[in-house]
Structure formats: structure tokens, C-alpha cells
Ligand binder design. Structure first.
Ligand SMILES: *[C@@H]1O[C@H](CO)[C@@H](O)[C@H](O)[C@H]1NC(C)=O
Length: 254
């Protein structure tokens, strides 16, 4: 026995492209949540050649070579083999709902819509719609201009893997802002019951923002400098009063 094993190992070690390569593939295929359409298949290959196939729907093994047909005939008449095949086919159907409900999870993307300065001066701006940390990979970002899909001046990255099963994607729209125009980034993903819309707010424009922040900063600065000035005046007048009271104090007591 062990001699045969050594011989077999040596045979494998010294054989080149003509090594024997057996492969067995079992598949449970379904697309409905309850598994009623589940199909169970087993395939047996030798050196990439399909020798036999067990079809769970037929409950039979089918051979594709002379020898495999003989073996299949024997097995199809063996009640143990037939029952085992039935049990495996049932297991495929039974486990479909479990797989469907527990393994096919989704993670909703976090979406960020913002504007960036365009390098090209012909276009004053560029909008970026970024979706982060979603699963599965398939996603669709679409730009809408007043509700109409915008396909020109649009660029997108691929879905980039984070390395933790989650993905991110970035879509760019070159645009010239016009008053009263509504720009929307629409996200379609398996985690969302319906497409989610993210409207671009022109009031949150970076130019206006800078003015608002600048004005607020200026006012705050003014308030503090006026307060500081008043405090300083009060303190310095107190300092002047102190020596005079000291001067008058002894006179009173005398
Ligand atoms: C399995 O059998 C069913 C029923 O005859 C047939 O529709 C199906 O195509 C077969 N599958 C394969 C892979 O041969």
C-alpha cells in the first residue's frame, strides 16, 4: 500500500504536462429568495474533460465517455447513490433562503456632493459626487440637470475597492452655473429601495461661503477689539484714581 503510494507520488513528481488532474464541481444555483428555482449540478472532470454530470433535476448521473456511461448506469441503479443525490438536491433548495437572507447583505453608501475648482479656465467649476463605503460593488451615479439626465461633461472613476469589502466611486460634472438651475446627483444601489437624490445647493457655493465666513470673522474681530479697548480704558482710569485716593485718604483720617 505504502509502496504504491510512494510510486504514485514519484509518478506525480516526475510527470510533466501529462500529470493526471481530476476535478469535481458541485453547484447550487438559485435566483429566488425561497429557493423554489434551485438547480443542483455535479460535474466530474479528468484533465479538463467532462466525464460525467449529475443533474439534480433529473436525479441522474450522465456519463460522457464509454467508461463513464457504464459507471453512471451502475450508480443510477444503486438506491444509496440515488438517495444521496436526492438529499443533496433537497439541501440545495432548503439552504437557498438561508443564503439569500444572511449572506447577501448590502451596505448603503455615504454620499458627498461638493464643488472643486476646475483646472481648465473655460469651465468655472466642477462638481464631484462621491459615494463611500458601499457593498456590493455595482452602483450607478447619474447627474440630473433640472431633472434631465446629463451625460456630456461627465467623468467617473471605477468602483475602487477599499480593501475591506467596501467600495468607493467618484463622478465629476464640469458645469457653468446658471441661475435657477437645479443639479442633482442620483445614486442607484442594491442597498436602496429607490434611487436617492442629492441636490446641489448653489447658496452653499464656495465663493459666497468665503464672503460669509470673512464677514463673520471681521465682525467678531471688531467686537473683540472694541471690548478690549473699553476694558483698557476702564483699567487705565482706575489706575489713575488709585494714587489720588491714597493722597486724599490720610487727610480724611486726620
Ligand atoms: C438538467 O435537467 C433538466 C431537466 O431535464 C434540464 O432542463 C437541464 O438543462 C439539465 N441541466 C444540465 C446542465 O444538463
Amino acid at each position: 500500500m505504502s509502496r504504491a503510494l510512494v510510486f504514485f507520488t514519484l509518478l506525480l513528481a516526475f510527470s510533466r504536462a501529462d500529470a493526471l488532474y481530476g476535478q469535481y464541481l458541485a453547484r447550487c444555483r438559485f435566483s429566488s429568495p425561497d429557493g423554489h428555482d434551485a438547480v443542483y449540478l455535479e460535474q466530474f472532470y479528468l484533465n479538463k474533460r467532462l466525464l460525467a454530470l449529475y443533474n439534480g433535476t433529473l436525479g441522474k448521473l450522465m456519463g460522457y465517455t464509454k467508461e463513464a456511461i457504464k459507471i453512471a448506469d451502475k450508480l443510477n441503479n444503486d438506491p444509496d447513490y440515488v438517495n444521496l443525490g436526492k438529499w443533496k438536491t433537497d439541501r440545495c433548495t432548503r439552504s437557498s433562503p438561508l443564503v439569500y437572507n444572511s449572506l447577501l447583505y448590502t451596505v448603503e453608501p455615504s454620499v458627498w456632493l461638493r464643488s472643486v475648482e476646475a483646472v481648465d479656465s473655460r469651465h468655472p467649476g466642477m462638481l464631484v459626487c462621491s459615494a463611500y463605503d458601499f457593498y456590493p460593488q455595482q452602483i450607478r451615479l447619474t447627474w440630473l440637470r433640472n431633472g434631465q439626465e446629463e451625460t456630456s461633461d461627465v467623468m467617473s472613476t471605477d468602483e475602487l475597492p477599499n480593501g475591506n469589502w467596501l467600495y468607493q466611486i467618484h463622478s465629476f460634472l464640469e458645469f457653468t452655473p446658471r441661475p435657477g438651475e437645479k443639479i442633482t446627483c442620483m445614486v442607484k444601489h442594491a442597498s436602496l429601495m429607490e434611487p436617492k437624490l442629492y441636490d446641489w445647493e448653489p447658496t452653499a457655493d464656495s465663493g459666497t461661503n468665503k464672503i460669509v465666513v470673512g464677514t463673520a470673522g471681521l465682525l467678531l474681530g471688531l467686537v473683540f477689539s472694541v471690548a478690549g479697548l473699553l476694558y483698557y480704558k476702564k483699567k487705565s482710569s482706575e489706575r489713575v484714581l488709585v494714587p489720588t485716593t491714597e493722597v486724599f485718604y490720610p487727610e480724611h483720617t486726620l
